[in-house]
Design a protein around this ligand. Structure first.
Ligand code: SF4
Length: 360
């Protein structure tokens, strides 16, 4: 098997999992214009934008003779659950015969999950599989903890400096072999980032923006136009609703996560039934950010994403009732960087003005 997977967020974590299990992997390309154009050309016009980007990624990987893709599934009324099968058919129509290994939450179907694990296990013992899952989970947690710090510190320092540190973090974490490598690297970079703690201003001068939305556009910087860097550039800290380690905890580690359920319950006031994707969780996250004193929310919605379209439709009511500014940005292949930058700048100016008026 020659394996690959979609590019989304800290992709080195998925690569490391498969690599430590001894698979022959090909690192997917970071989505760029070529990948997007390919995906748009060969996907149904009204497919949601992440679907198109992943189509483009798979097609680009066909040049590397990849024959198997590992991807996540989805449950509930949203297209994510159809991605694997639909991509397989598109590739077959173009003459490529690939296998799709679709990882769903074990609680959806324990037997199916066991069979998927068995396929990925190869000749490794079950103990080695569990140890490997533990290593990559700890790796994902360490990366997320460091990224959360970067998202604060970058607001008070030059973007370029922190982007360089982040690239260095990713490069070195990709070399890890065991748990102690993860522990040592995490400690090294926590120390390095702590050197900048004195740049954080007094509490009343800090501004915080919560980023919520569909998981792919929230996690993948090359698709969301580096939204966090843009917000940090204007002196605002950011925190996302989604981090990979939390997704693993909530979906894969048995009996580990229940935080998301609590967050989703907060969203019931505005979305009573499960409409798929992360719509209800996102409403919950908006309310959670508000309770934690955040100054505003940026909501990312891929084109043709029905769950996030519903979230957008209740955003005004939430904003009015809970007095929190919300900016929804729709993302597709037509989105322009300058447009996003201008809208963010205007939104953040409005938030500063709002705080000024409240204080005076
Ligand atoms: S959440 Fe939205 S973008 Fe993501 S798969 Fe579902 S419909 Fe598509």
């Amino acid at each position: 098997m020659k394996l690959s997977f979609p590019y989304m967020g800290p992709t080195i974590v998925y690569a490391k999992l498969l690599e430590l299990l001894g698979h022959d992997i090909v690192m997917p390309p970071r989505p760029n214009q070529e990948v997007i154009d390919l995906g748009v050309k060969y996907s149904p016009e009204f497919a949601c934008f992440p679907f198109k980007v992943i189509t483009g990624t798979y097609l680009k990987l066909m040049e590397e003779d990849v024959d198997t893709f590992v991807t996540s599934g989805g449950h509930g009324p949203c297209r994510a659950g159809y991605y694997g099968e639909a991509h397989k058919r598109i590739l077959a129509d173009l003459g490529y015969d690939v296998e799709m290994i679709i990882i769903d939450a074990p609680s959806d179907d324990y037997k199916y999950f066991y069979n998927i694990l068995k396929k990925l296990k190869g000749n490794n013992s079950w103990i080695k599989v569990l140890q490997t899952i533990n290593i990559v989970y700890k790796m994902a947690q360490a990366l997320d903890e460091l990224e959360r710090k970067v998202e604060i510190l970058r607001a008070y320092n030059k973007n370029s400096k922190f982007n360089k540190i982040w690239m260095d973090i990713e490069k070195n974490f990709y070399k890890i072999k065991n748990l102690s490598d993860v522990k040592n690297l995490k400690a090294k970079y926590i120390d390095k980032l702590s050197e900048f703690n004195n740049t954080i201003p007094a509490e009343k001068e800090r501004y915080r923006i919560g980023i919520v939305g569909e998981i792919f556009v929230v996690l993948e910087k090359s698709i969301n136009y580096q939204i966090e860097e843009k917000v940090n550039y204007f002196g605002f800290e950011t925190e996302r609703s989604q981090y990979l380690s939390e997704w693993i905890k909530e979906n894969i580690i048995p009996f580990a996560g229940r935080d998301l359920e609590k967050i989703a319950n907060k969203g019931r006031e505005f979305i009573e039934i499960n409409i798929g994707g992360h719509a209800r969780e996102n409403i919950g996250h908006i309310l959670d950010f508000k309770e934690r004193g955040f100054d505003g929310i940026i909501h990312l919605k891929p084109f043709a994403c029905l769950p996030e379209l519903i979230s957008q439709s209740v955003a005004d009511s939430i904003s009015e009732k809970y007095d929190i500014p919300i900016l929804t940005i729709s993302i597709d292949e037509q989105t322009a960087d300058a447009n996003i930058l201008t809208r963010i700048e205007a939104f953040l100016d409005m938030i500063r003005e709002k705080r000024y008026r409240e204080v005076v």
